[in-house]
Design a protein around this ligand. Structure first.
Ligand code: UD1
Ligand code: CA
Length: 471
């Protein structure tokens, strides 16, 4: 029997204080909703998924579509007004999507959009066929601090479930109950359809509570299966920035552990942040404070120093990035040495065996192999060849304050085997041709021919004995 999935994602999430709807708030670099969709896609390929949307639905739909979940049949259901979780499910069940679920006698798995740490195993267990005659299966957990969650009221300690009472409607005794509902259920479609249609909003929040379906099933003497999830970390809700930080810590710890288990040496498990899409080969060492984000890829044998930040960066094999290096949208070759404190702005490409030293900033700059830019330089909109040596304090002056044909910046080309002495500037556009040599302290304003020495500085005058007069 097929299980279809409803994901509740229409709420604003007032308690989150974000301009985004809660399910789009970023958790380890991606909207938290994507974690849930990832797990559904892994556990239930081919599933029909209804995402109930409301707040900023256009943005949400656009972002989900951009993720291209090819093995899920996703439909968006509009909940115009957020009248509660029961009302959200009612919108889905009364749509063509829900009618099909009833006609096909499907089981419907309901997932809240704000439990981003649920695992594939959890979804697989919840998707097992319901027993004959069961109205639903309910997921619960026992939490040391159940505050904010709906409490499970049972007939006796381990007896059948009678109902769920929301925190805001609970009395003092009920609030002591540590067994909570998580907004994860599998319903028999027909029961769900009838149930949500019959909901009333006579409660503290004047909302239509999905949780009221439990009492409905119990009163009708229908079987309520329960599954108690043993790992509370997997089912923590994210309702405010504090819970978001907690979830981010948990997710990061999972990611870091997985890398450590597969051969990455992480010096301090607690201080490294690694986003889910990052790929790291075995035999890479990562020092404390490193942050690896986006689609970063690190090849074998590389060393990522303390406080290095990489966003969408490819690092070739055996390269060493020393402390404080910051790079984004760039490619670093194999056997390179960067930093400490190198800064690679977008579209920087560095060939193998190249050195980019401390306080060197690159922007839209391509550098060949075996080249060295070792200290205190800025290269922007430049193409630098192989075996080039750039001394300390070099600047490509790429912007003259004018915009010509839509171009703001001018290009600098430095061909193979060029030597640039310390403290030089080149005023773009120009080319330093193959093998040319620029004397220290030069401000170069014209291109330099192959194998040519260029000096552009005033001559030194030595006045013998004159120093004494000045003292
Ligand atoms: C809900 C449950 C509570 C449970 C908790 C666990 C109810 C009434 N309460 O409370 O028992 O312990 O989850 O996570 O079900 N949403 C909509 N439309 C709405 C309202 C909510 O789509 O009209 C969505 C939200 O975007 C969110 C999810 O449903 O993703 C849950 O809503 P939320 O307001 O966070 O419910 P809780 O108060 O946490
Ligand atoms: Ca919640």
């Amino acid at each position: 029997m097929q299980t279809s999935v409803i994901i509740l994602a229409a709420g604003l999430g007032k308690r989150m204080f974000s301009s985004l709807p809660k399910v789009l708030v970023s958790l380890c670099g991606r909207p938290m909703l994507f974690n849930i969709l990832d797990r559904v896609s892994e556990s239930s390929p081919g599933a029909r998924v209804a995402i109930v949307v409301g707040h900023q639905k256009e943005l949400l739909i656009e972002q989900v579509k951009a993720q291209k979940y090819k093995n899920l049949e996703i439909e968006f259901i509009h909940q115009a007004e957020q009248k509660g979780t029961g009302h959200a499910v009612r919108c889905a069940m009364e749509s063509e999507w829900g009618k099909l679920a009833v006609a096909n006698k499907e089981n419907v798995l309901v997932l809240p959009g704000d439990l981003p740490l649920m695992t594939k195993e959890l979804i697989l267990e919840m998707s097992e066929p319901l027993k004959r005659g069961s109205a639903l299966k309910l997921l619960t957990a026992i939490l040391p601090d159940p505050q904010g969650y709906g409490r499970i009221i049972r007939k006796s300690k381990k007896g059948p479930v009678l109902r769920i009472v929301e925190e805001k409607d609970a009395n003092a005794r009920e609030k002591l109950i540590q067994e909570v509902g998580l907004s994860i259920y599998t319903f028999q479609a027909q029961f769900l359809m009838n149930g949500v249609a019959a909901l009333k909003n006579t409660n503290a929040q004047k909302e239509y509570y999905l949780t009221d379906l439990i009492e409905m099933a119990a009163r009708k003497k229908r079987t309520i299966e329960t599954l108690t999830w043993e790992c509370p970390e997997d089912v923590r809700g994210v309702n405010n920035p504090y819970e978001l930080s907690q979830a981010s810590g948990t997710l990061n710890a999972r990611i870091v552990k997985a890398h450590a288990m597969s051969g990455v040496r992480i010096v301090d498990l607690n201080s490294v942040r690694i986003e889910p899409a990052v790929r790291i080969a075995p035999d890479v060492t990562i020092y404390p404070g490193a942050m690896l984000e986006g689609n970063t890829v690190i090849e074998a044998g590389s060393v990522i120093g303390a406080n290095v930040i990489l966003k969408n960066v490819k690092v070739g094999a055996r390269s060493e990035l020393k402390a404080g290096t910051y790079a984004e949208d760039s490619i670093i070759g194999a056997d390179c040495k960067l930093g400490p404190y190198a800064h690679l702005r977008p579209e920087s490409v560095i060939g193998d065996h190249t050195k980019i030293g401390n306080f060197v900033e690159l922007k839209k700059t391509k550098i060949g192999e075996h080249t060295s830019v070792a200290h205190l330089s800025y290269l922007g909109d430049a193409e630098v060849g192989s075996r080039v040596n750039i001394g300390c304090g070099f600047v490509t002056c790429n912007f003259d304050g004018r915009v010509i044909d839509g171009q703001r910046k001018h290009k600098t080309i430095i061909e193979d085997d060029v030597f640039v002495g310390s403290d030089c500037q080149t005023v773009a556009p120009l080319t330093l041709k193959k093998g040319s040599f620029i004397a220290s302290g030069s401000t170069i304003t014209q291109s330099v021919e192959e194998d040519t020495l260029a000096i552009a500085r005033s001559r030194q005058v030595n006045k013998i004995g004159y120093a004494k007069k000045l003292k």
